[in-house]
Design a protein around this ligand. Structure first.
Ligand code: PLP
Length: 374
């Protein structure tokens, strides 16, 4: 049985009429950039997300660094995050001009460990970037308490966690802004690149809107800025898909629980941990191989059996060749859990369109490998 890693085309075919109709509206309107469909999607997105403002930008990386810039974070400032995330989290801070301080992740959630943050705070620290890794929110109340104590900003990287929430909090409630990616492989993905900033801060909204559009709030008048816009065709696709995101997330969670049950007796792997009460949206179902030296062997075994297992991310940011590339970065404290995560992670296919039979097949192959390696 073949099990691809993504179900993009299946998903499109399931709601083809809705997406096609929205795209036709853009094409027939002749307004492709900064048009009414983008404005309508921004309205829909902010209502869905529950923030005052939603600003469409070119991609998730830009969403983070434009937000940092809008918040005044740049040269001479430090931001704290963890290194077992996609490269773009740190890259965005570097583009903004800041120094990146890496601390360890929590061994269970793989999100930033709040107990490691205070040791990394200096008089240059300006912001914390918690990443809601794999689809699970970081411990925002603990992070917020530290940020309040030290007067720091919080920019949530929720590229992997649209529709996720904590037990007592929603994304955006305990931070200055939330930055998402709409690249095709995300839980809510467009047909290419896209991103968005969600915020309750009017000044951030106003500033990002200007920055994304060549520093222009008014035709022919410019200040420093960039070109980073979500175009109307992508907004059209996202608008149709947003109507289905809750139902798709619910299916992801169901399928993840099916993996949990089928893999419960495995001795050689650790399963994803879901903080009680949190809505973990399983952007990735990432397991860890207890003997990290055997990680590649499991991945190869699955690939050889027609299962497109991958890993996210086998090289942590501070382990990348040539790090830190002349950019300023520093690791504070032991970073052991992040390194274990990078060395041992394997992502099993999971998306709303994957069938129960495919899940059972993948799980059976993982269990076969487990028995042979226990
Ligand atoms: C955690 C995380 N942050 C940031 C990004 C950057 O988003 P983009 O690729 O849209 O720039 C991604 C994904 O691509 C991501 O997974």
């Amino acid at each position: 049985m073949k099990v691809p890693f993504y179900g993009h085309t299946l998903q499109y075919n399931n709601i083809k009429e809705e997406i096609d109709a929205n795209m036709q509206e853009v094409i027939q309107s002749g307004s492709f950039v900064g048009g009414p469909v983008l404005a309508r999607f921004e309205e829909q997105a902010k209502n869905y997300f529950g923030t005052e403002y939603a600003i469409g930008v070119g991609n998730g990386t830009d969403a983070i660094w434009l937000t940092l810039m809008a918040l005044g974070v740049g040269e001479g400032d430090e931001v704290i995050t963890h290194p077992n995330t996609f490269f773009a989290t740190a890259e965005a801070a570097w583009i903004a001009g800041a120094k990146v301080i890496f601390v360890d992740c929590d061994p269970k959630t793989k999100c930033i460990d709040p107990t490691k943050i205070e040791a990394a705070i200096t008089d240059k620290t300006k912001a914390i970037i918690p990443v809601h890794l794999y689809g699970q929110c970081a411990d925002m109340p603990a992070i917020k308490a530290i940020a309040d104590k030290h007067n720091l900003l919080i920019v949530e990287d929720n590229a992997q966690a649209i529709d996720g929430a904590g037990d007592t909090f929603k994304q955006g409630e305990l931070s200055d802004a939330v930055c998402t990616s709409y690249i095709i492989q995300k839980n809510l993905g467009c047909f290419g690149d896209g991103g968005m900033v969600f915020t309750n801060n009017k000044a951030v909204n106003d500033k990002v809107r200007i920055l994304r559009n060549h520093g222009s709030a008014e035709r022919n008048k410019h200040s420093a800025g960039f070109n980073s816009r979500l175009d109307d065709i992508q907004a059209a696709v996202l608008s149709a898909k947003m109507n289905h995101i809750t139902e798709w997330t619910d299916t992801r969670i169901e399928r993840a629980k099916r993996y949990d049950a089928a893999l419960a007796d495995a001795e050689t792997i650790r399963l994803p941990y879901c903080t009680p009460g949190y809505r973990h949206v399983y952007h990735l179902y990432s397991i860890e191989v207890k003997d990290a030296a055997k990680r590649d062997d499991l991945q190869k075994f699955l690939n050889d059996n027609d299962i497109d297992a991958k890993n996210h991310y086998s090289i942590a940011i501070h382990q990348q060749e040539g790090y830190p590339w002349g950019k300023e970065a520093e690791v504070v404290g032991s970073i052991e859990n992040a390194e274990i995560n990078a060395a041992s992670c394997v992502s099993l296919p999971l998306y709303p369109e994957i069938t129960e039979e495919q899940i059972d097949y993948v799980a059976s192959k993982v269990m076969e490998w487990d028995k042979a390696n226990a």
